[in-house]
Design a protein around this ligand. Structure first.
Ligand code: FAD
Ligand code: NAP
Ligand code: SF4
Length: 680
């Protein structure tokens, strides 16, 4: 018998009236399927795959207990008996396996993205255009009843419990904090009054469903906003939550409006588990910890050190449905690791699109993107081992095709090898580790340092060829550019990030897209992903919790020493960085502002000379003094082989950058690979 490398993670958790198979909770995620026509059947398949993959407890995406609490005009709600049946599809699918599932009840309060929002006080949030109405006492009491009724319906639908969302700045959190609660009645003022909504809700829910039903309360342990709660208030609330009848307390970190990143890739792994550990000394019911936990090793360490009783991971289950089973089989090197990019999950949700995953495009498409075994095995050549070529090779081989993968350089990964050099993007290493393992598991023949020509490919007799040859950096036409390249004054981003050419202390960057930002980050920042203490301080988080909200005073913030003068330039007149990820762009921008990077919009490039770069902005010419000018001006497709192959009579497919370079990212490259693989 093999002994597990993760004994704490895989240990059952006894809740008295029921037992969880292990200590892994799949955290709440809104997928967008909840509101799609026919979405519940797809949602059931999504959750079933995770249950099959061995997770102990699932918490669904947030569902409002009433009309006013919905996230958006057509957001999910569970307040009518007729809504029960569609939820049954989900619970029945999950209960084919020994996994439990809780419905999350989430009332958005002032975060509602519609005009019917309500809140403890009439104060608009900075992230919604709508000002909420102040709740009357009658409305508060009927909202508590709505929570209880929604729970009754959840029980009818077969859920094993509910999670009451009390963090991230939603309604219950809004009541709990002075920031948003200015009431002078018994629902505002001291903490006993401010937490009354939370406590009365738990009591009402417990009364409705009896003792044998899981109630998780998601408690905001770190508000990370001014006017948030003090540690003493959080502890008072946790003790009252326990007394009111909660089964488990989950950890909530930061309001959505907080200016501290809490889950993006540059947040160090497990950066916030210390707060759950601190709470463990205060209450006796099991505590769940969360945020940027993405490997079984990290989760096991947290549990073995007694920081928490359970670990919540959400996005890692988009990236790999079989996370737990792979860990249990000691095959953690086969796990497709969430890289914290938010590109296909949160960014999609905020754009009202269905969530998926950059590294796993099958997530939330379990019934649509299906890798069925082929009955006609083909001999396929894949040229280019970047994300597109890697993903296609693995998926096609999984279907039973014979795949040979070629790359002209000596390692797989394509541009991911460049991306992983950027501080805060170290998780890209995990994707490369994952693909390396998958290529070998699925018998893909990999040929590195092997530049293929059309002739060599035609001679080898492949049935079809997939060109995943990526991109070439765009060539610009600026006066003095060629002389600049010749003297190494002008560099491409590849020379900087990949070839590590020396860069001077004054830098102008042409192009402020994702790569321009990454180059500016690389040249100005030290990676703090392996130094959580320094990272927390950098973002103004006070681990000693001396102040309400756990934020440091302005005077205690670290002073940044500028190491280079960097100017980041674009032609567009819009705000620099506007096109970056919806939920992560602000972090990149804030980081560069802290490092003193200048950002210029609306520029025309005039010339490059010995002093630097001459640009024109609003009709005025100016020189940006620079030792180096770095070109990050986008790319063009590299598909030199296409025509000759097609003329040679072999079917050719283009994926990733080789297909379309404009606005290409790894999400599109990998998704396109999957779409081709399911039908080739
Ligand atoms: P590539 O990754 O370009 O791979 C093409 C491969 O083909 C290369 O390995 C090349 O050597 C090989 N090749 C070319 N011609 C031949 C030939 N004739 N024979 C054999 N092999 C050949 N995307 C995101 O989604 N999120 C990010 O955060 C992100 N950050 C980035 C940061 C940086 C600094 C960079 C440079 C890129 C970043 N990207 C990011 C973009 C992402 O890496 C690309 O979109 C993705 O790599 C494109 O994949 P691809 O497979 O189409 O091409
Ligand atoms: P990009 O985001 O499209 O940015 C290209 C930049 O070059 C823009 O600032 C553009 O702005 C400028 N530009 C375009 N044509 C130009 C020209 N002819 N002359 C001068 N400037 C020109 O592309 P990228 O930065 O190369 O990134 C490639 C892809 O990788 C992107 O699609 C991105 O999604 C992905 N990526 C993502 C991240 C991330 O963190 N999510 C990070 C890196 C890369 P103007 O036209 O206004 O000048
Ligand atoms: Fe993780 Fe990115 Fe996938 Fe979201 S899209 S689950 S952040 S890897």
């Amino acid at each position: 018998m093999t002994t597990t490398a993760y004994p704490n993670l895989l240990a059952p958790l006894d809740l008295g009236f029921t037992q969880l198979a292990n200590r892994v909770l799949m955290g709440s995620m809104h997928t967008g399927l909840e509101e799609e026509r026919g979405g519940f059947a797809k949602l059931a398949a999504f959750y079933q795959a995770r249950a099959k993959g061995g997770v102990g407890l699932i918490v669904t995406g947030g569902v409002s207990p009433n009309f006013r609490g919905r996230i958006e005009p057509f957001g999910s709600e569970l307040s009518h008996f007729w809504q029960v049946n569609k939820h049954k599809q989900v619970t029945e699918a999950v209960h084919k396996y020994p996994t439990k599932i809780c419905l999350q009840l989430l009332h958005t309060g002032r975060y509602a993205y519609h005009p019917f929002g309500v809140a403890p006080s009439k104060i608009k949030s900075p992230i919604s255009p709508f000002t909420p109405k102040e709740m009357s006492v009658r409305q508060i009491k009927s909202t508590i009843k709505d929570y209880a009724y929604a729970t009754k319906l959840a029980a009818k639908a077969g859920y094993d419990g509910v999670e009451i969302m009390g963090s991230e700045g939603y309604l219950i959190n809004q009541f709990a904090c002075e920031r948003t609660n200015k009431r002078t009645d018994e629902w505002g003022g001291n903490i006993e009054n401010r937490m009354r909504l939370a406590i009365e809700t738990i009591k009402a829910v417990r009364e409705k469903v009896g003792e044998k039903f899981i109630i998780i309360f998601r408690l905001s342990m770190l508000d990370l906003v001014e006017g948030g709660n003090s540690w003493e208030d959080v502890v008072t609330m946790a003790k009252a939550v326990e007394k009111a009848g909660a089964t488990l307390i989950n950890t909530g970190i930061g309001w959505h409006e907080a200016r501290v990143p809490t889950i993006v890739t540059s947040v160090p792994r497990a950066a916030f588990t210390w707060v759950t550990e601190r709470m463990k000394q205060e209450v006796s019911i099991p505590l769940i910890t969360t945020n940027r936990i993405n490997t079984p090793e990290v989760a096991e360490k947290i549990l073995s050190e007694g920081q928490a009783d359970m670990v919540s991971m959400a996005r890692p289950f988009l990236a790999d449905a079989d996370f737990v089973n792979k860990a249990a089989a000691n095959k953690s090197d086969e796990i497709n690791t969430c890289i914290g990019c938010n590109q296909a999950c949160l960014d999609h949700v905020f754009q009202q699109k269905r969530a998926s995953c950059l590294v796993n495009p099958m997530a939330c498409y379990e019934t649509e993107l299906v890798l069925e075994k082929t009955d006609k095995t083909k001999k396929l050549a894949v040229i280019g081992a970047g994300p597109a070529g890697l993903a296609f090779s693995v998926y096609a081989a999984q279907r039973g095709h014979q795949v040979e993968l070629f790359d002209k350089i000596g390692e797989i990964g394509g541009q991911f090898n460049v991306a992983k050099q950027v501080p805060g993007k170290e998780e890209f290493y995990e994707t490369l580790r994952y693909f390396t393992k998958q290529l070998s598991l699925h018998d893909v023949k990999v040929h590195l340092n092997n530049e293929q020509s059309a002739d060599s490919l035609l001679a080898a007799g492949f049935d079809e060829v997939v060109l995943a040859t990526g991109i070439k950096p765009r060539k610009l036409d600026i006066d003095g550019l060629d002389a600049g390249f010749a003297s190494n004054k002008v560099l491409t981003y590849l020379q900087v990030l990949r070839d590590k050419v020396n860069v001077g202390s004054k830098v102008a960057i042409i192009g402020a897209g994702g790569i321009g930002f990454d180059v500016a980050t690389y040249l100005s920042e030290k990676s703090l992903t392996n130094d959580p203490e320094a990272w927390l301080k950098n973002w103004g988080v006070d681990k000693n919790y001396q102040q309400a909200g756990a934020l440091l005073d302005k005077g205690e913030l670290p002073v940044h020493q500028k190491t280079r003068d960097i100017t980041l330039i674009q032609r567009k007149t819009s705000k620099v960085g506007k096109g970056l990820g919806k939920t992560s762009g602000w972090v990149h921008r804030a980081n560069l502002v802290k490092q003193g990077v200048d950002m210029v919009a609306g520029a025309t490039y005039k010339s490059i000379n010995e002093q630097g770069l001459v640009i024109e902005v609003a009709g005025k010419e100016q020189l940006i003094e620079a030792d180096n000018i770095i070109i990050c001006a986008g790319q063009e497709s590299n598909r030199d082989l296409q025509q000759a192959l097609a003329e040679g009579g072999v079917p050719v497919h283009l994926i990733g950058g080789a297909n379309v370079a404009a606005e290409l990212d790894a999400k599109r490259a990998i998704r396109q690979a999957a779409e081709l693989a399911v039908q080739i």
